[in-house]
Design a protein around this ligand. Structure first.
Ligand code: SF4
Length: 306
């Protein structure tokens, strides 16, 4: 497939400099909600101005361009090595054009590679599907918000959180309360219920791909998300922790099976700079850049759920 690197560079440019429309709309709604002249409204006004300038000038929305997390759907006849190589070359090019910051640091030596490339950096997940096109989506996950992500093993006696959805609710509220605006609130909270310590966190991060306005197909989880959204915003932590009604822009929860002995709740906290972008590339190399990341279920091949 031709031009992969070129399209991936453009994908990274869009991800780094253009906030998705649902996140921008939620920030605007937060601005309207906060009383004029408050620190909360001023913080949101600054964020909204930043969003406009970044788009206009093709400059990163934030100095921390984060961990780059890729989900790539591909036909079976394309080698994953080819896709990975194009992603790594595009990453270097995007770093050279200052769409991305060199963010890959060796934890042993403390040295930054300077290229934004490292071991399992960027993070890439491949999925085969029956379509002939390639769909690549990228999320930029900032370090500050990653630092306030959390994982709980239910029950948690101190929070009176048992092994049920009410226990889940209590620990999510605790995580947002502990964050106290650190991680650049207003945030988006991805919740992974169940799994083990690894798969639970993967599920939590997976939730961050969802558009803010979507509705959880599971009625119980939809109810939980709505309640948590309301209750998180009643914590009055506000944008950047300045106080106010806009602490989170959304709460998204998914569940995966667990073993009887464990009940993990994994919480992936995303800052207001929730940067995600997606492109579909035809076999002849023509790209369509999507306004929102399409659902991964969207393989229209008959009888294929991929
Ligand atoms: S948490 Fe998000 S907005 Fe804050 S510095 Fe990091 S990437 Fe930027």
């Amino acid at each position: 497939m031709s031009n992969l690197k070129t399209h991936f560079v453009e994908l990274l440019r869009r991800a780094s400099t253009q906030l998705p429309p649902d996140v921008t709309a939620a920030l605007k709604a937060g601005y309207q909600r906060e009383p004029p002249g408050t620190a909360a409204q001023t913080a949101l006004a600054t964020i909204l101005k930043n969003i406009k300038l970044s788009r206009k000038n093709s400059t990163p929305l934030c100095q921390d361009t984060g961990t780059n997390i890729w989900h790539v759907y591909h036909p079976q006849n394309i080698c994953q090595c080819e896709l990975e190589q194009a992603i790594r070359e595009a990453t270097l090019e995007a770093r050279n054009r200052a769409y991305l910051r060199p963010n890959a640091v060796d934890p042993i030596t403390g040295l930054n590679t300077g290229t934004n490339l490292g071991i399992r950096f960027p993070v890439i997940s491949f999925y085969g599907w029956k379509k002939q096109s390639v769909r690549a989506s990228v999320m930029l996950k900032g370090g500050g918000c990653e630092n306030v992500s959390a994982q709980y093993a239910l029950p948690v006696a101190g929070l009176h959180a048992g092994r049920d959805l009410d226990g889940v609710r209590k620990v999510v509220l605790d995580a947002v309360f502990q964050a106290q605006g650190k991680g650049c609130a207003p945030g988006i909270v991805g919740v992974g219920i169940g799994g083990d310590r690894i798969t639970g966190m993967i599920e939590a991060k997976h939730q961050l791909w969802r558009p803010l306005e979507d509705k959880n197909p599971n009625a119980l989880l939809a109810k939980l998300e709505n309640r948590l959204y309301r209750e998180c915003n009643q914590l009055e932590i506000g944008p950047m922790g300045y106080g106010g009604k806009t602490t989170v822009l959304g709460v998204k929860a998914g569940s995966i099976h667990r073993v009887p002995a464990s009940y993990f709740v994994s919480i992936s906290y995303m800052c207001w700079a929730s940067r995600r972008a997606s492109v579909t590339i035809t076999p002849t190399g023509n790209p369509t850049f999507h306004k929102q990341v399409p659902s991964s279920q969207e393989c229209n091949t008959p009888n294929c759920k991929g």
